[in-house]
Design a protein around this ligand. Structure first.
Ligand code: GDP
Length: 215
């Protein structure tokens, strides 16, 4: 099943109190210009889906898209903008930080990093920050087409090496991705599908004792 195909725009949120009721969701995050919108458009096979997140006034908001399995894909505001007024930056840090650390329905994070400049300081901070939730992070090394095959392999290997402690705890997975070449779509689709399946199993397991007592 292609999880991301036929995703539909659901809602835009600017305050935590407005977060919609969902069963489970996966979020996309990354430095501005890392290729997040292109990745979302490529995965959903939609040329303008993530465009909504780029319209003026919405770039710092959280955008929800509904998936065909009933789960949600969440487009988080990009970080690392060069010139953002302090008040907006502070609002963004609070909104994003609170969402990432308190959102119970968030079952995994897809972190997009430009394959030519991976693991920038803010990316590392994001990984450390999210690690406390003990939920998985899947990294897309984007724009892989801008590297030679050899450099793609080298980059993948060096990022994995740098993140070895996380990888050993099965908290982080990494792959190459290119929106331009449509490279890596199956891999991210599989990871996200596994996250949703695991979540469904957890819910089913949690329900089992109750079912027994009512038998
Ligand atoms: P965002 O700010 O993270 O949403 O980044 P965008 O998706 O808007 O991409 C930033 C720039 O990188 C744009 O000029 C895109 O055309 C370009 N870009 C994104 N993905 C790819 C890719 O896979 N290959 C190449 N060559 N360029 C890409």
């Amino acid at each position: 099943m292609n999880l991301f195909r036929h995703a539909r725009f659901y809602t835009t949120v600017n305050h935590l109190k407005d977060l919609p009721a969902t069963s489970a969701e996966i979020a996309f995050v990354g430095r501005s210009n890392a290729g997040k919108s292109s990745a979302i458009n490529t995965l959903t096979n939609h040329t303008r889906l993530a465009y909504v997140s780029k319209t003026p006034g919405r770039t710092q908001h959280i955008n929800f898209f509904e998936l065909i399995n009933g789960g949600f894909m969440v487009d988080l505001p990009g970080y690392g903008y060069a010139q953002v007024p302090e008040a907006i930056r502070r609002h963004w840090v609070t909104l994003l930080g609170d969402y990432l650390q308190t959102r119970k329905q968030l079952i995994g994070l897809i972190l997009i990093m430009d394959a030519r400049h991976p693991l920038k300081e803010l990316d590392k901070q994001m990984l450390d920050f999210f690690a406390v939730t003990r939920r998985p992070v899947h990294i897309l090394l984007s724009k892989a087409d801008k590297l030679s095959k050899n450099d793609q392999i080298k980059t993948l290997s060096s990022v994995k090496k740098a993140l070895q402690p996380y990888i050993a705890r099965q908290q982080v997975t990494v792959q190459l991705f290119s929106s331009l070449k449509k490279q890596g779509i199956d891999e991210v689709n599989q990871i996200a599908t596994d996250w949703f399946t695991r979540q469904t199993n957890l819910i089913t397991d949690a329900e089992k004792p109750d079912q027994r007592t009512t038998d």
